[in-house]
Design a protein around this ligand. Structure first.
Ligand SMILES: Nc1ncnc2c1ncn2[C@@H]1O[C@H](COP(=O)(O)OP(=O)(O)OP(=O)(O)O)[C@@H](O)[C@H]1O
Length: 203
């Protein structure tokens, strides 16, 4: 079967080259020391930083897809997601609202938080709300940078359960995590970044 995402010699003056494939309904985790290049890789995949090489989605080269169309299907959630409107709820399109309301209880979030000023949400609430924002786009590929860094154990468990379910339903997930437990729990393949070089972990 054709991989969902194919990455061939993706590189920039700062990092790479990287080559790997991600299937539909697969989670690959990337761990590694701080500053090793994990976020640089995610940013290149999303085409936020200049890069060369080839990235294909369901066989279609990224060079044939407009940047907004690419970023609608390959969604990047940085470690510290930006908010550009006063409330979290204002970030959602009307068509996304049913899905948002289905996702909120799965992350133990009250719908009332949608109306609150984003700056008044706790760090953990903002982090979970950011994941809902990413999933509400129904991406084919989700690039997640440390999505549970600010969460208590209960919220970590809820987030991992939701991600496992989304992957089971076909989402392709590239997950950057510092947690070996999380990498083992979610990753069907696990990789490590060291000095901007990516290697596959041995099982
Ligand atoms: N635009 C840039 N120009 C020059 N150096 C950069 C640029 N962006 C990032 N770097 C450097 O590249 C290195 C890798 O950064 P990156 O953010 O990918 O690390 P990381 O592995 O995600 O780390 P962490 O786990 O702390 O998030 C860092 O040393 C960083 O300072």
């Amino acid at each position: 079967m054709q991989p969902r995402l194919q990455v061939h010699n993706l590189q920039s003056p700062l990092a790479g080259p990287y080559s790997f494939e991600l299937a539909a309904g697969q989670c690959i985790t990337i761990s590694g020391p701080s500053g090793s290049g994990k976020s640089l890789l995610l940013r290149m995949l999303c085409d936020l930083d200049p890069n060369t090489g080839e990235v294909l989605l369901d066989g279609a080269p990224r060079s044939c897809i407009s940047a907004p169309a690419w970023r609608a299907q390959v969604v990047y959630q940085p470690a510290e997601p930006a908010w550009w409107l006063p409330t979290a709820g204002a970030h959602f399109k009307p068509g996304q609202v049913p899905r948002v309301h289905a996702l909120l209880p799965q992350l133990n979030l009250s719908p009332a938080l949608l109306e609150q000023d984003v700056s008044r949400l706790s760090t953990g609430e903002r982090q979970r709300m950011a994941l809902i924002r990413s999933l509400a786009c129904e991406p084919k590929v989700l690039l997640l940078d440390e999505p549970t860094a600010a969460l208590d154990p209960e919220s970590v468990a809820a987030t991992e359960a939701l991600l496992r379910k989304e992957v089971r339903n076909g989402l392709s997930l590239l997950l950057v995590t510092h947690s070996a437990t999380q990498a083992k729990a979610l990753g069907s393949r696990r990789m490590t970044m060291r000095e901007r070089q990516l290697s596959e972990d041995t099982p």
